[in-house]
Write a protein that binds this ligand. Sequence first.
Ligand code: KIV
Length: 279
Amino acid sequence: MGRISIHSLKQSKAEGKRFAMITAYDYPMARLVEQAGIPIILVGDSLGSVVLGYESTVPVTMDDILYHTRAVVRATSKAIVVADMPFMSYQANADEAMRNAGRLLQEGGATAVKLEGGSHVAPLVRRMVESGIPVMGHLGLTPQSVNQFGGHKVQGKTPAAAAKLLSDARALEEAGAFAVVLETIPAPLSRMVTERISIPTIGIGAGPHCDGQVQVLHDMLGIYDDRRPLKHAKRYAVLGETIRDAVRTYVSEVEGQQFPGKEHSFEMDEATMTELAAV
Ligand code: KIV
């Protein structure tokens, strides 16, 4: 059996079934999240903040996303793998955008790409879809425009901004996008968008009405205690502390000569020992 089809997400929407997407950036984590039943993995450019130590997603490059997408694809056999198009990989010109999107499928092995923006990227989305590249849209607080927004603020709060977001969602739907992420917008607005377009909406900080939800893996696993995303991130574990505890115990057992024990060591037979003693 191959990977889940992108069309099954539309089917889920039609049947009123919710689905979960999560980010993953490497082999072990992608393997674990697929084993846990995640149908769709995003190799997000949040990679920049949670794996590569940058302040934002802006410095992430095509090479970074390709490298991590390959690892996620190697680790999985069922999940849809969506690769984020990094900042400036699709904004400068359409031909370059096409080539970069193609690379994510051809060299990275991704099922689909995601890019940020509404009606202004719709012609590009259409061209990609017509060329056989499935596209996921991304509206609301689009992190690549964080410098333009002046910080991480809830988007779509005024009537004009909400109407623009609605028309952007329609433009992406008409261009052939198979789903759209709605990030950090009021819940009533995401409900309206979800009801008015036929493709699935996937929310992060967009309330409970979206067809799917997405979370950043390192936030939900509690890897960092000094990274405080907006209130939409829910911690399902505190792995940062679990990892520190395990490593502290290892350090102390090495220093206290408790590790390695007999059970972690390899023996030598008596005859070899006797022969060696004479050397
Ligand atoms: O890069 C990312 O992780 C994302 C999600 C927040 C949707 O784009």
